[in-house]
Write a protein that binds this ligand. Sequence first.
Ligand code: 26Y
Length: 798
Amino acid sequence: MARDDMPQSDFRDAILWHLAYTLGKDPDHAQVFDWRLALSHAVRDRIVDRWMAATRATYRADAKRVYYLSMEFLIGRLLQDNIVNLQLADEAQAAVESFGLDYAGLLLDEPDAALGNGGLGRLAACFMESLATLGCPAYGYGIRYEHGLFRQSFAEGRQVEAPEDWLEQPFVWQFERPEARFTLGFGGRVATRDGRAVWEPESFVQAEAFDTPVIGWRGAWANTLRLWAGRAVDPFDLDRFNAGDFAAAVEAEALARTISRVLYPEDSTEKGKRLRLTQEYFFSAASIRDILRRFEADHADLRLLPQKVAIQLNDTHPAIAGPELVRILHDERGLPFDEAVGITRGCVNYTNHTLLPEALESWGEGLFADLLPRHLQIIDRIDEADAKAHPDRRNTARGDGKVRMGELSFILSNRVNGVSALHTGLMKTTVFADQHRIWPDRIVNQTNGVTPRRWLLGCNPRLSRLIAQTIGDGWVGDLEQLHALEPHVADAGWLDAFAAVKAANKADLCDWIAREHGVALNPQALFDVQIKRIHEYKRQHLNILEAIALWQEMRENPSADWTARVKIFGGKAAPGYFFAKDIIRLINDVAAVINADAATNEKLQILYLPNYNVTLAERLIPAADLSEQISTAGKEASGTGNMKFALNGAPTIGTLDGANVEIRELVGAENFFLFGLTAEEAEARRAVPDHAARAIAADPRLTRAVEAIRSGTFSPGEPDRYANIVENLTRADYFLVASDFADYWRAQREVDFAYANRTEWTRMAALNVARSGWFSSDRTIRGYMQDIWNAKSLLGQE
Ligand code: 26Y
């Protein structure tokens, strides 16, 4: 094949062509890495035409565009996802195998792009995929971090963080856009000229765009994820270089690049805080300019902006986009201030993802004024106008010496949404009660969802095949069709097939764990999985306490008919969150002791897998029997892992928190293991003096488990190692671990009992699948399009 013979249709030839002409490799010497890149290029070629067609269709229709601004896009690997959505899996696999290569191995060679921390970032990635599937013209805007979320390993049970380096390898899916650059100012002062405010920044940085196409199901539509990278305005100082100061010659570039160097750096130091606010303004301001550039290319009247532009703030991290838009409309385009605010409010919407006070962003006035002096003035002016209109209003954006980003987002938004019914209700009665009283129509709910392409079709091919054989393949684009599985749940043969899928997925996981981690798991055991960020409110320590109590009871009663269990944990702790790091170490210490106990280890094993990420989730969820969703009620805004487990046939053990409430309603109370205080009861319990000590004293199992930790059973020779956890559990216990323990224990024994009747269990698991269709992110995005963005699908017009 020659270069001119760029193949159009034959996939095998396309791979060989890219191997030669894009990568410059001879097939005889190509490594897995080269083949993977060649395959990726061949797949990318199939995306580009549709991508351009979608962009052209949007221009032609002069359609309203949706802009999803997010500090995080936890996209994971893209090769398989793109192959699945283009329905190229069979062709790709045949082509790869014809070269004598292992297809699965090739897919796994791709680095996992962890440009996010957890739920909020993964939700953004699912939303991008659903926006494309639904043909909604949309752009994701974020930061192209050179280093995503840190890589986690364990040393003597403790979390060790290492930098992540996904960009060390070429990222095939991105297109660099050196022509799409904006220069952004920071700091300086505000001057007045001709009675108008003029911001005179003291330093400047450029934002350069990198575009990644996001293709929807069946390749019907493709949108753009545009990530910004920091660049210096003058990257190289020749004079300094010639003077021999080589480091100083590139200092400006190094500083500018710092902005997009790492995801969510520690904000415990003053410097870290400043960098975080710089990042937020950097990507928000670049995105606003890009949005205006696109609008003004075709429209002269800025008052039309709300008809053509919907901006979604993914939490408060891009909140500064609001004041920035006001600033440009007023200071730079000359619109009256009130009109600039009105237009901004017509475009901007805000999603809240947490009610935890420590996660609600605020900035000291000093820092804010130093970095964004003009924006502070604008915020004050909006506050003043609101105060005049609503004299009884208490919560302003500026107060207590701080700029409060939740308030700011709220007052500049057309719609504000929560991410589950319970969470939205609590927003109205707690953090945003004052605002809700004044603007009662502003808060709406959009319960989260997950994309079924990645979280069922891609990660669980066996279950997908069984579903397709049973009800066809319409469910992939219309997940509610899973309801058609329900009648089959009464069919013993079908249930056997369903059970066989889970067993095979578990066997695969066991093989992988044996290979990668040298641990042999009992595949007959119930696989009980808790994977998520480590946080006190998510209560991994409740789970490990139950494991300790179970182990103690098994030792006491070795001949009882115990249901064998494997407890699997995964998740990272923020580097500065010491309590969470103690929990990690405790789980690892407990695992070491329990796994080494020959008296129990056929019945109980504990495994903490390091470096939990999207790829590991894709491995674990299809093999899970039980989904642990045990947060203190009222604290988990929604959860999305909970949806993925249910969709893959793992019933939930959980509290009435976040979307658990809706999952339970849909799958049926009899197919969900409920325990614990409700949000309201939890609030009341906190007011009971000594609630923790009382709960411990009332429960001999809990007393004994806590005592084991206190006495050093899991930290031989160092009984104080977990003094902090013990102290917290027995005294403060804000997250009510002790209060919920007894009921959690009861629910876990119900799980044991239910799992022992395998047919009944399988029925329950299958019903979870059949009734989880509502949790597709397609449903969620339709909700946003209708209730928040007023955006239309352009499918069929490309
Ligand atoms: C500002 C900084 C401290 C910060 C950085 C990241 C604060 C919050 C976050 C991330 C929050 C997050 O991931 N929240 C999760 O969002 C999911 C998607 O809506 C929810 O399902 C989940 O319950 C919520 O914890």
